[in-house]
Design a protein around this ligand. Structure first.
Ligand code: CP
Length: 310
């Protein structure tokens, strides 16, 4: 039997996303009403962190307990991964004992190697190349606030990183326009951002803008991320100089539509990639985004373990 993994946004179809968002809305409603939702009783999630986390750990761990399941938390430092056990052997062993695995690691290929040797579904909890669980939460947050994202314009300001690649895949799949503005040398990698089988209408799903203000002009949603992602700390000083004009400020938000939203996956550095008046201002939905990680991931875990339910 083929195992369904969630390694990048392109792994699911638009129809699967529509079902996931519906299910996440129901799961969230029940959570808010203190209604039990024990669909994963006796199931165990292993979470492997090779990079730091706050939101990903808490959202998966709390979500799994709320569904009646349990979690095992591993890091590189407290497991044999830190003592050079091959990732393939780790996958073979862990996947005999748990029902699903979430990994946060460095190269996408490391995640893929784990998945190839796993007997159970594997979820990407962030790699250097992609962060699909975050975009799942971001688009769910958009839908809650504004309805369908189809036909809308999203401006990505800053680093052409794992978030930007994932937004580009989502734009092609879900039918919205992505405008990307990065400093020269930090552009989105076209291959990483592409879908293997893009729908015909998606050829112009994303385009580059040299000027971040132009990228924001008329946008429905403005979003960004830290200038230096985890794993790139050695480049921090050079990046601070290169990205100085890519701070989402009130001027950029004023160029967007009057009812535009601002998103940031967090953690944020006020005064670097975003001005405090924007992230703490009325257009910001960053706390909803963070909370929604839990609700969409509960729907994702259910889907991977139980298939379509409800
Ligand atoms: N946005 C996000 O993935 O947050 P953490 O790094 O805290 O998990």
């Amino acid at each position: 039997m083929t195992i369904k993994h969630y390694l990048q946004f392109a792994d699911f179809t638009a129809d699967e996303y529509a079902r996931l968002f519906e299910r996440a809305a129901l799961i969230k409603r029940k959570f808010k009403n203190y209604e039990k939702h024990h669909t994963l009783t006796d199931r165990t999630l292993a979470m492997i962190f090779e990079k730091a986390s706050t939101r990903t750990r808490v959202s998966f761990e709390a979500g799994m307990y709320q569904m009646g399941g349990s979690v095992v938390h591993l890091t590189t430092g407290d497991s044999q991964l830190g003592r050079s056990e091959p990732i393939e052997d780790t996958a073979r062993v862990i996947s005999r004992m748990v029902d699903v695995v979430m990994i946060r690691t460095f190269e996408q290929t490391r995640l893929e190697r784990f998945a190839q040797h796993s007997r159970v579904p594997v979820i990407n909890g962030l790699t250097n190349e992609y962060h699909p669980c975050q975009i799942l939460a971001d688009i769910f947050t958009w839908i809650e606030r504004r309805g369908s994202i189809r036909g809308k314009t999203v401006a990505w300001i800053g680093d052409g990183n794992n978030m930007a690649n994932t937004w580009a895949q989502a734009a092609a799949l879900l039918g919205f326009e992505l405008r990307v503005s990065t400093p020269r040398g930090y552009e989105v990698d076209s291959q990483l951002a592409a879908l293997d089988n893009p729908p015909p209408a998606s050829r112009k799903a994303w385009q580059n803008f040299a000027d971040p203000l132009q990228a924001c002009a008329g946008a429905d949603l403005v979003t960004t991320d830290v200038w230096t992602s985890m794993g790139y700390e050695a480049e921090n000083e050079a990046r601070k100089q290169a990205f100085a004009n890519w701070c989402v400020n009130a001027g950029m938000m004023a160029a967007a539509k009057p009812d535009a939203l601002f998103m940031h996956c967090l953690p944020a550095h006020r005064g670097e990639e975003v001005a405090a008046e924007v992230i703490d201002g009325p257009q910001s939905v960053v706390w909803d985004e963070a909370e929604n990680r839990m609700h969409v991931q509960k729907a994702l875990l259910e889907y991977l373990l139980l298939g379509r339910v409800g």
